[in-house]
Design a protein around this ligand. Structure first.
Ligand code: GLU
Length: 280
């Protein structure tokens, strides 16, 4: 059996808060308990919102928490070219189309979905457009019905090891079309591959055997598993963990500065206090 290899993959667009700390500690501890590996990957393909200061702060906070990672940190912004062959493969399969819908819409789709944020299913305005009509500034979207059509005889599956969704899951084409739809795969201009594809490709590139992350991303897993299947890349196991909530039971917002680890540190908290706060 392959060694357990997991990762923590923050987007350096804000401080590390309690929710991230929980995710990172859990993944780290699972890897260490198993004699496996824990990797750190900066998902910084959003070049405008990602900042070197946040990148540095995240590393400092993780080190302060006592976490160690194996090998160098992978920064997606430093290897944007590595996604090109996969984009080409999807284009060759005729699964991409250019989209000129609003930048705000596309920008929102570039980042990972955020806790508490509704995912908007793209209405398909540009779906009829062939790739030859691609203009500078157009995004590329996945033609999901065509993609699922190609896979109809081998619907992708994945294994979930988290408590809430434990078990085998088979992709339900109707459900992902209705709930997720034609996600943004890449944006021209900055030539940036979007979260869903970049993250899934790097899980394969880094030989991740087990993706440990918050349960807010569970509903999007079928899209990543679909992309991996189309690209003939290995499908990891997924472990979606509970989310850290505030006193009123609300999920922490992605950049909830009030819960920033840096703030707790400044107030004199210890790494053990943080573990306790997140229920570990
Ligand atoms: N970069 C994503 C985020 O910060 C996490 C992606 C993942 O763990 O798959 O929300």
């Amino acid at each position: 059996m392959a060694d357990f290899i997991t990762r923590f993959a923050p987007s350096p667009t804000g401080p590390l808060h309690l929710g991230h700390a929980f995710s990172a500690i859990l993944a780290h501890d699972m890897a260490r308990a198993d004699g496996g590996k824990f990797l750190l990957r900066m998902e910084d393909t959003d070049l405008q919102r990602s900042k070197p200061e946040w990148d540095a702060q995240i590393i400092e906070d993780l080190s302060w928490l006592g976490l160690t990672w194996d090998g160098p940190i992978l920064r997606q912004s430093q290897q944007l070219f590595s996604y090109d062959p996969y984009l080409e493969q999807l284009a060759k399969l005729d699964l991409l189309y250019p989209c000129s819908c609003s930048r705000a819409d596309i920008r929102a789709a570039l980042a990972a979905p955020q806790e508490g944020q509704e995912h908007e299913v793209y209405p398909g305005t540009c779906k009829h457009r062939p790739m030859t009509t691609r203009e500078p500034g157009d995004a590329l979207r996945l033609h999901l019905d065509r993609a699922l059509g190609l896979l109809k005889n081998q619907l992708p599956r994945f294994q979930e090891t988290g408590e809430k969704f434990f078990g085998h899951h088979q992709i339900d084409p109707n459900r992902i079309q209705a709930e997720i739809g034609d996600v943004v795969i890449s944006r021209k201009g900055e030539d940036i591959v979007a979260y869903f594809l970049a993250s899934a490709i790097d899980d394969a590139a880094q030989s991740i055997t087990d993706v440990v992350r918050g349960e807010d991303l569970f509903d999007f897993t079928p899209i990543q598993v679909t992309l991996l299947t189309l690209l003939n890349l290995p499908i990891p196991n997924y472990h979606h963990h509970r989310l850290v909530r505030d006193e009123s039971g609300k999920r922490l917002a992605k950049r909830d500065d009030a819960r920033a680890i840096a703030k707790y540190r400044a107030e004199g908290a210890t790494p053990a206090d943080i573990r306790k706060m997140v229920g570990l």
